[in-house]
Design a protein around this ligand. Sequence first.
Ligand code: ADP
Ligand code: MG
Length: 448
Amino acid sequence: MIDEQKSPVAPAPAQAPISAETVLEVRGVRRHFRRPHGDPLVVLESVNLNLHKGEIVGLLGRSGSGKSTLLRIVAGLIRASDGEVVYRGEKLHGPADGIAMVFQSFALFPWLTVLQNVEAGLEAQGLPPDEMRDRALRAIDLIGLDGFANAYPRELSGGMRQRVGFARALVMNPTILLMDEPFSALDVLTAETLRTDFLDLWMENKLPIKSVLLVTHNIEEAVFMCDRILVFSANPGRVVAEIKVPFKHPRNRLDPRFRQLVDDIYARMTVKAGAGKTTVLSIGERIPEVSTNLMAGLIETLASETYKGRADMPALSQALALEVDELFPLAESLQMLGYAELETGDVHLTPLGQQFALADTQARKVSFAKQMLTRIPLAAHIKSVLDERPGHRAPAVRFLSELEDYLSDSAAEQTLRAVTMWGRYGELFTYDDAAMSFSLEIPEAESA
Ligand code: ADP
Ligand code: MG
């Protein structure tokens, strides 16, 4: 289907071609957040990007890489620590009239109807009530919500709620639409319907917008929707690659060239950081909250006849029905622990990973504990503190405040939760929720 010439009598005017006119420039943007102790957390560093008239640009990066922070800066909701955002030749200070945003969480007012939610965006403009209503109703019709103007958000499905999110942005007649993972809270089918509806409107030139900046962690979505994809790295977030998508809409996900491009992008996103950089972690290394069951499952899958120890990440993500955002942290955890290696789009088991796959439950736990102690400094640290203390107990806040010197509060909590979960599995230490403390005693039930 892809690239087929449209019928010569196609009635709809085509979307205007991408022009050289730059509508948005992000120049040298840096952003850090203060932390109670230690150095500030640098989330964005030297971010540069341009958005031209007529294009949909994707910003593709893993969770935590700073995509939402960047989008909030462009929307004028927060400030950059350094650098600037230039919209149509003028430096931005705060929200601009021509820039609107659609949020992942919909961000609707639950006590307002659909119509009132959409009108809310216009209120600041001081329009006469009739005109406000008229524009809101037109946006509601355009995005396929006709008949729902008087419904409340709670009466709508997730897909319909996000349509309200779109209507609320479109009613502003923005030049630029910013979208922060707008489809990721929706189920697969609903997300696809909304993507397709959006692209249809875009291609038919029915949207007021001239350019779109779409943030996503989903490679397929980026290839499906965007003219250009900017690959965003983490720690700190910055643009590391630009990929042009040469396919016409409507795109076919099964087209071999589509698949190939998805593969290529996977490969770019899994290039190793550099020789020698793979094993040395610090106490403040962020640990993904990945379940030990999933890790064992992935090791078994990789060791199976189908994969014989090595798999292509896109193939694996399809076979396991896991999105990249779920598969990456999973594969990375195995890499951290020394059970697998990740390189250019492939994940393969190490000899240790092979052994793990063949081992029984107890031997797996022993191996896991050993890997945690040797490869995860935070785990070794907790263990040694517990070993030294007379009662073999230590409060969680102690480790939490140490971690907060390196990580944001939420990342610190998440890392401590991950290490707790892993430590329980390896029977290194356990955590008492009621006492909020770690100890060396392993309850009977968990050692089974
Ligand atoms: P993404 O959208 O790519 O998942 P975010 O921009 O939401 O990433 O977050 C990037 C990093 O910045 C995360 O580590 C997050 O914890 C941190 N962060 C975001 N906002 C704040 C804030 N207001 N204070 C402290 N840290 C923050
Ligand atoms: Mg985000």
